[in-house]
Design a protein around this ligand. Sequence first.
Ligand code: HEM
Ligand SMILES: [Ca+2]
Length: 662
Amino acid sequence: MGQHQFNKTNRWRKTSSATHLLTFLRQTEPETREIYRAAEVFQTTLQVLKTRAKQRYKREVMTPELLSWEDVERIAELSKCLPATHPDVCQHSHLNKYRTISGLCNNRQNPLWGAANTPLVRWLPAEYEDGEREPKGWNRGQLHNGVQLPSPREISKKILSSSSKTEEDTYSQLLVEWGQYIGHDISFTPQSTGSAAPGSSVDCLNTCQNVHPCFPIEGGDVLSGGQGCMPFYRSTPACPVKLGPDSSENLQRQQLNSITSFIDASVVYGHTSKLESFLRDLSGLNGKLAVNTLFEDPKGRPYLPFRVDCFRAGDSRVNEVMTLITLHTLWLREHNRIAEVLKQINAHWSPETIYQETRKIIGALHQIITMRDYVPKIIGKESFEQYIGPYGGYDPTVDPSASNVFATAAFRFGHATISPILRRLNESFQEHELFRHLRLHNTFFSPWRIVKEGGIEPVLRGIIGSAAPAIGANSLVAEEVTERLVVLNVPQYVDLASLNLQRGRDHALPGYNSWRAFCGLNSIKTLDDLKEVVRDHRVAENILELYKHPDNIDVWLGGLVENLLPGSRTGPLFACLIGKQMKTLRDGDRFWWEAEGVFTEQQKSELFKASVSRIICDNSDIKEVPADSFRISKFPSDYVTCGHIPSMNLEAWREEESRGGL
Ligand code: HEM
Ligand SMILES: [Ca+2]
């Protein structure tokens, strides 16, 4: 612990509770902001014209009825919101060796597929209230299937929020944490901020009216900040990917994914050159990532670098919870460890080659751990075979972009698996004497706790040494996140379950039944049908009582309460949607670790030896681990020493000097 620490500590004390600190967190990159400002101008212009037309003709008028395609193109041009042109640089041979940082050109025919700052794709058409951009629930009093939609906060309180969670007996907390971590490699949907909407002077924190970009959540309770509703910012719109008579879908509001959808360790390296440069140790000439220059852990191991007083990593959500910081820190260390070994093996490699080769390995490890160790436990072995199956090589016809329903509903299944307690364990895997367990809300945006409270080890032991919460139909989303969640730009507690439901409506996701049909599952027509598929009869009754019509059930809620498939943590709908998405992320990725020509056979067999347990052994003070850290094991009887955990032999990366690097 350096002497700097104490000065820094005071600074933390003063600022950690201040809301302005939050503006440094979950921040979107300037590139993303520019894109969504243009999209806001474009969408707002169309909206204004549409509203005028509605007043005049006394009915809903769709944009193609109102404007010619030339008009639309002109508006897009003036808004600087033209479809992104395809760069014709994708044939360059240097794009064969390593991924671009933005994901561009992964697919040579469709360079934007899976790239950062492209729209979330639709697997089913959007269902806006006005057909184009007003979400369901926007026009109060508007009926859906003859009834009004229930308020997300009411649904949350009556069905989702739970004060207790039981533990399950198979998996460790790592299964939950890996879900959040890898979700942050796949999608990040940026939100508009109050100032983003051109010409709008409305402050979303102080209004209960639906005025772009504010879509406040009604429900007059304690979370409403005294004004009767909870603030909510709509997700930013995307610019159209195509304009022309056959692309009316592009005139509908679409949402952005600001990061690469590929499982490419963008969580570690970022998704823009600027961020990547910040994260690299360019002056060290060693291919490593930059580390924190003010603090290191008690054993001299590095922390993530700071920006202001928060950690900075490839994904801006890193500070949200201490468990995320812990996983990010492990990967930073693993990069630097591998880079060092590769430099020893290939002394002739340039720093750039060391960096890129290490990045390639780290990307592959993210893919292996996700697809081999994580996904089958989530959707079950049978669904894995049904929706994903064995690898058959790169398929350039597959679009690997994240789908809207995956990011906005299916992969948020994880919110029902959040533990209300963060366990911090000592070397005997008992509650730490100095750093006690914490209620989850005390771990939000608390990077200082890692530095001041024993480094990552107490949290890491808690992640592998405590059981994941069981998923019960009547104990769904922990009160720690329905009553005490902290998010960017909102200086009061918010409710994650309400945000998820409102987000689904904001994005115009079709209802639960439409998605069941998409997955070939039967339609729910009656209470008895619902009772068949939902784990708990009382929950099924409550749902129909609130929604009144089964077609209105929000997809996130419906998916969440389904009977779990055997040996899985999801019901049939989410297993289908997650399975389909994972398949596209694998088959549509030219750099998938198993794709031909990406790694040699020998390298592949080394990569396959990797595991989270090994990464913990190599990059922390923990020297006894479970053989499989995703499974809960008894300490010490079922733990093994690190010497028994297989590790990659990086000799497989040795290259003759003549073949050179970059
Ligand atoms: C302590 C744990 C967690 C917290 C505090 C948290 C919090 C949040 C918040 C605030 C959002 C944005 C909500 C909105 O306004 O729409 C979000 C989005 C999301 N979360 Fe979580 N989450 C946690 C765990 C998880 C887990 C375990 C998973 C999955 C296994 C997950 C998957 C997602 C996904 C897929 C999104 C949407 C990402 C995007 O496209 O922007 N989260 N989460
Ligand atoms: Ca990614």
